[in-house]
Every structure is written in structure tokens, then in C-alpha cells.
Write a protein that binds this ligand. Structure first.
Ligand code: ARG
Length: 399
């Protein structure tokens, strides 16, 4: 039987050329798999047909949008995942899901290899290959762009020689990766990190400077997951989509940062993630109200570690599972409502309420109705400062 290779197919130039190239180099049959993680843009039926036209023996489109929203975006939300305190791990989040479907297709098609179109300079090669190694260590990996001296020009020449239907003439100067959770844009003039982003980079968000009335949205959470918007029940997928639209109209979630890649390179990326940033902003505030202080303080370091782990390609790792178990435990009471005002590029919390609130009006108030016994504070402060006082006395004694 002829060997089969399952290729992660985006529909772009590199992976289109890879179909024929892999077949030629290895004599194998290529099965193209495109995973729909809400990237939008091109009709995926067209992408599928392109794979067949480029010589794939089979091409599949997997609708993984619900799975991505519920099984990947929601855990990221519960962990307030933002790499380097800013980037909501958009691309990093989709890779393990794509890997799952590649492995599934490899099993169904009796494939021996999995192929991807990542370069050797980025994080995604790591995420794909570490994921495949964890789920199906017997599968071997083919990475033509990285391992075979592939250049853009060679790929274009190859496509033209063979008349591949890949529209190389309207090539974008940017490298773009997008999904339900957000959008990443790099390369082109952005590689000069002094250059400011320009309007044409953006597609999920409007210019935050456009004059527009603020939009107010109330998000209801149940155990850290959004379940209603303005009182209308939503699935995770609907919540993200709707907030992408509403927050996007106000330019929420634009980011421009130089980030530390796992391979050691610093790179500049422009992101837009309106829904993710609106949801994380609201979720964090509901945690402030419902999560006990020491759990909340500890969780901040867990959140950071979670984002780094997922960024670094270790979704399929015991530590991520263990951190998720911790996060799950912390979300038991993260239920209630947060009111957000979306305006001028910002999502601002203006109200919060919860049956599980730890906010006690009687303890907090400076007006009448105060239930806090201030006479207790004096002794508390005295003992709290005792170690510092002892140390300071000692230092004075010894000069
Ligand atoms: N730097 C981001 C990450 O490593 C995005 C990678 C893909 N970006 C792109 N523009 N193609 O998660």
C-alpha cells in the first residue's frame, strides 16, 4: 500500500505547494486536513477543493468551532491567559486542537506521517510536533518549509510551473493567523519595530478613535464561563462571536508588542482580540469579587504559568492538566454578572454582582451601617509589624 501523509492544510501558498512536493519527494499520497477554528475569511469548501486541485487524494474540513470555544478558549478565559501579560495566546490555543484532528485523520487514513507548513523560526512548529509526539508518537513529521530550504520564491515558481490554483499574484505582505479567539499579524513593514501599525492591518476591530456612542453589555458567568449576554443565553461560541463583533466595533483588544518566542527570537506582532479581551476583563473582575484573597493571589502566578506553558507548546503536558485542576477548583464561585462599557478601544467594568460575592457592604462602608470593629485593627497592626520592628532594632543596635 502507498504511504499516506496527513497535511495540516491552510489553503495558502506554502501548504498548497507542499501537497505536490510531498507526493513527489516521498511517493506518498497526501490527505489534506483543514480545521475550522473560526478563522473565517475564505469559504472552506473552496479551500478543500483547492487541496484536491493541487493533488491531494482526499481533503477534509473539520468544523471544530464549538470544540475550540468550549474546550480551549474557555480554559484560557478561566486562566485569564495572557502571555507576557498581554497576548491572549490566540494562535497557541488553536494548535493543540488542530493536532488532535490531524492525529484523528492519520488514524482513519492509516497514515504514517503528518506534515505542516511551519518555518523553523517560530513557535508553531514546536506546538505541532510536541503535540503529535504526545498523542501519537509513532507518527513521523514532515516539515518541508523548515527542512527543505524552501523559500517563498521557490514556492511561487513551483506553483506556476505546475499551474497550481494558488493566486500568488495577490500575496499579502503579512503573515496572518486568525481564529475565533483573535488575530495575529506579522512581517512586512512591521519588522521595523519603530514603524507604527496602519489601518489596513486590522480586520476584527474598528479604529477606536472613530466617534461612536459607548455600548454597554452585561455578561453573566457560571463558574468562570459566560452563559448569557444582556440576559440572552449563549454558548461559549456565541459569546465569543458576539463580543468580537460588539467590542470589535469599539476597537477593543488591539495590541502591538515585541514578544519572546520559545526559540529565543524577539519578534513583533500586532494582535486584535476584542472578544477575548472583553471576556478576560469581565472575568478577572468577577474573580476579584468572588475568589478569596490568598487563592486569588496564588492564582495570578498559576495564570501566568498557564499562559507560558500553552505559548511554549505544552498543552499536552501533565503540568497543564494539574494547573487546570487548580483553576477548576478556583472557579466554583465565579458566577454572577459584570457590566462592561465598550468604548474608545477599552472594555471598562462599571458594575458587578454575584450571589457568591465576598464583598460585604457592612465591612467596607465608611457610612452608617459599619459592622467592622476598628478596635481590633490596632493589635493586628502591632503584631503584623513585629518581625520588621525586631529586625530594625537589631540593625540599629549593630550600626
Ligand atoms: N506569535 C504568535 C504565537 O506564537 C502568533 C504566531 C502566528 N502569527 C502569525 N502572524 N502568523 O502564538
Amino acid at each position: 500500500m502507498t504511504d499516506r501523509v496527513v497535511l495540516a492544510y491552510s489553503g495558502g501558498l506554502d501548504t498548497s505547494v507542499a501537497i505536490g512536493w510531498i507526493a513527489e519527494q516521498t511517493g506518498a499520497e497526501v490527505v489534506a486536513v483543514t480545521v475550522d477554528v473560526g478563522q473565517g475569511g475564505e469559504d472552506l469548501a473552496v479551500v478543500r477543493q483547492r487541496a484536491l486541485d493541487c493533488g491531494a487524494v482526499a481533503a477534509e474540513v473539520v468544523d471544530a468551532r464549538e470544540e475550540f470555544a468550549a474546550g480551549f478558549c474557555m480554559p484560557a478565559l478561566r486562566a485569564n491567559a495572557r502571555y507576557m501579560d498581554r497576548y491572549p495566546v490566540v494562535s497557541a490555543l488553536s494548535r493543540p486542537l488542530i493536532v488532535r484532528h490531524l492525529v484523528d485523520a492519520a488514524l482513519r487514513h492509516d497514515a504514517t506521517h503528518v506534515a505542516h507548513g511551519c518555518t523553523g523560526k517560530g513557535n508553531d512548529q514546536v506546538r505541532f510536533e510536541v503535540g503529535i509526539g504526545a498523542l501519537a508518537p509513532w507518527l513521523r513529521v514532515i516539515a518541508p518549509v523548515r527542512d527543505s530550504g524552501w523559500t517563498r520564491d521557490k514556492a511561487v515558481a513551483y506553483a506556476q510551473e505546475r499551474g497550481l490554483p494558488v493566486g500568488v499574484t495577490h500575496r499579502s505582505p503579512y503573515s496572518i493567523d486568525q481564529n475565533l479567539w483573535g488575530r495575529a499579524v506579522e512581517t512586512g513593514f512591521l519588522e521595523d519595530i519603530w514603524n507604527a501599525p496602519i489601518a489596513e492591518l486590522y480586520s476584527y476591530t474598528q479604529d477606536p478613535g472613530l466617534p461612536r456612542d459607548p455600548d454597554t453589555v452585561v455578561i453573566t458567568f457560571d463558574q468562570g464561563v459566560p452563559v448569557a449576554l444582556d440576559g440572552e443565553t449563549v454558548t461559549p461560541l456565541q459569546a465569543i462571536r458576539e463580543l468580537n463583533r460588539r467590542a470589535g466595533e469599539h476597537g477593543v483588544g488591539r495590541l502591538d508588542l515585541v514578544e519572546d518566542r520559545l526559540v529565543g527570537i524577539k519578534s513583533r506582532e500586532v494582535y486584535e482580540a476584542p472578544g477575548a479581551i472583553a471576556l478576560i476583563t469581565a472575568h478577572q473582575e468577577l474573580e476579584n469579587v468572588t475568589v478569596e484573597r490568598d487563592v486569588a493571589r496564588f492564582k495570578r502566578s498559576v495564570d501566568q504559568r498557564w499562559a507560558e506553558l500553552v505559548y511554549d507548546g505544552l498543552w499536552f503536558s501533565p503540568l497543564r492538566q494539574a494547573l487546570d485542576a487548580f483553576v477548576d477548583e478556583t472557579q466554583r464561585h465565579v458566577s454572577g454578572e459584570v457590566r462592561l462599557v465598550l468604548h474608545g478601544g477599552k472594555a471598562v467594568v462599571t458594575g458587578r454582582r454575584s450571589e457568591a460575592s465576598l464583598y460585604d457592604f457592612g465591612l467596607a462602608t465608611y457610612d452608617s451601617g459599619d459592622t467592622f470593629d476598628q478596635s481590633l485593627a490596632r493589635g493586628f497592626v502591632e503584631l503584623w509589624g513585629l518581625p520588621s520592628r525586631l529586625a530594625a532594632d537589631r540593625d540599629r543596635r549593630l550600626g
